[in-house]
Design a protein around this ligand. Structure first.
Ligand code: PMP
Ligand code: GLN
Length: 408
């Protein structure tokens, strides 16, 4: 052998050595190769509003955004993001200096961590964590410190007895104890993927208190801000006392408007923090999604009725799939937000989420995600499996029917 491959040194640098193909790509490929219903990767099987798709077509035809858009994002979108934050949450951001458009929330996460971390800085992240968090902390040379959400035992309020179990809960004492002199940043995600937990105002107030007391930066991934059900309320961390000046808030049009392929995301924060994140972002994609940015500016101005029916629709889908999973014998943790349901497979006689998910297409033609990959210690989530309900009702009915085979 010659050249690079002859050396004993592996090609992939050691920061990324623990990372392989993302579970989402792996499981979507499995769905395609087996012709299964894909309840794994979280993408809707129905596109967002027609008028927003048409707005993108118009922008393309009119030549808006077909060449590099401005680095921070087109002014129309930055203004619409600032208006959305003000209208929804009473948060005021200057569209010129405190808003940054990114290539999806994924780039926002990467740019924020690359910009704000020094090698060796500790980052506290809620576990199970969305997979890009671990990879981006690693790329930035940071050290991740997980604080694990654990399911409360018992039946969820309002659920018929035994059908849905309580939410995963954050132990605030554990969070407080996890902070050290090396902690630089809290990486929060609410509504939380994969558990569906929506952190309460009381929990977030305590997180804010810890951040202020210990002078920590906070990056908060709120991409599911509009997917909150029942009595749960989405409270942006930046609205809490002392938080606006230390919080980088991340949103995504993919989730809110069901255009995940457009990859339009954004950051809102102080000028200083946005400038830092933009510095890293410039050298990642520089810019992206020109014409789509104009369309999403219109989407953010849709009337409240859009957001209300979006939420009602997904609540119905949650119940439809939740009932099916319960009937098939899974232990169902009732999500208050996101479009995911986490289940426990122990009651159907299974132990290993990854092996179960690999075999599920053959057993009943459905694909799901093993939550074990979202834990530092996979044993912690060994029996948890996540199902996405962002699919047409008839697809969810069909998936529920197929999953009943596991019960027999
Ligand atoms: N954060 C969370 C919690 C997500 O679930 C996702 C993806 N679905 C993202 C970020 C990435 O969002 P985007 O597709 O906008 O990059
Ligand atoms: N966020 C989506 C999920 O959790 C997947 C996005 C991706 O594939 N990177 O399923």
């Amino acid at each position: 052998m010659t050249g690079m491959t002859s050396s004993a040194r592996p090609l992939l640098n050691r920061r990324l050595a623990e990372f392989g193909t993302t579970i989402f790509a792996e499981m979507s490929a499995l769905a395609t190769s087996t012709g299964s219903i894909n309840l794994g990767q979280g993408f809707p099987d129905t596109d967002g509003p027609d008028e927003i798709r048409e707005a993108a077509v118009r922008a393309l035809r009119d030549g808006r955004g077909n060449q590099y858009p401005p680095g921070p994002g087109v002014p129309e979108l930055r203004t619409a993001i600032a208006e959305h934050q003000r209208r929804r949450y009473g948060l005021s951001y200057d569209p010129d200096t405190e808003v940054l458009v990114t290539a999806g929330a994924t780039e926002a996460i990467a740019a924020a961590l690359l910009a704000l971390l020094e090698p060796g800085d500790e980052v506290i992240a809620l576990e199970p964590y969305y997979d890009s968090y671990a990879a981006c902390i690693a790329m930035a040379g940071g050290t991740r410190v997980p604080v694990t959400l654990r399911p409360d035992e018992g039946t969820a309020e309002g659920a018929p007895d035994g059908t849905a179990h309580r939410r995963f809960r954050l132990d605030l004492d554990e969070l407080r104890d996890a902070v050290t002199d090396r902690t630089r940043l809290l990486l929060v995600n609410t509504p939380h993927n994969p558990t569906g937990t929506v952190l309460t105002r009381a929990e977030l107030t305590e997180i804010a208190r810890i951040a202020v007391e210990r002078d920590l930066l906070v990056v908060t991934d709120e991409v599911y801000e509009h997917l909150v059900f029942d009595d749960a309320e989405h409270v942006p961390l930046a609205t809490l006392p002392g938080m606006r000046e230390r919080t980088v808030t991340i949103g995504s049009a993919g989730k809110t408007f069901s255009f995940t392929g457009w990859k339009v995301g954004w950051v809102t924060s102080t000028q200083e923090l946005v400038t830092a994140v933009r510095t890293a972002k410039q050298y990642l994609t520089y810019v992206s999604a020109g014409p789509f940015q104009y369309a999403i500016a219109e989407a953010l101005r849709l009337p409240d009725s859009y957001f209300d029916s979006f939420r009602a629709d997904f609540r119905r889908k949650r119940d439809l799939l939740g009932d099916g999973l319960h009937a098939a014998g899974f232990k169902v943790y009732q999500p208050q937000g996101t479009y995911f349901i986490t289940t426990d497979i122990t009651p159907i006689g299974e132990k290993d989420a990854y092996a179960f998910c690999r075999a599920l297409p053959e057993r009943c033609g459905v694909v799901a995600i093993p939550n074990s990959v979202f834990y530092d210690d996979p044993d912690a989530g060994r029996s948890q499996v996540r199902f996405a309900f962002c699919k047409k009702d008839d697809v969810l009915h069909e998936a529920a029917d197929r999953l009943q085979r596991l019960a027999s």
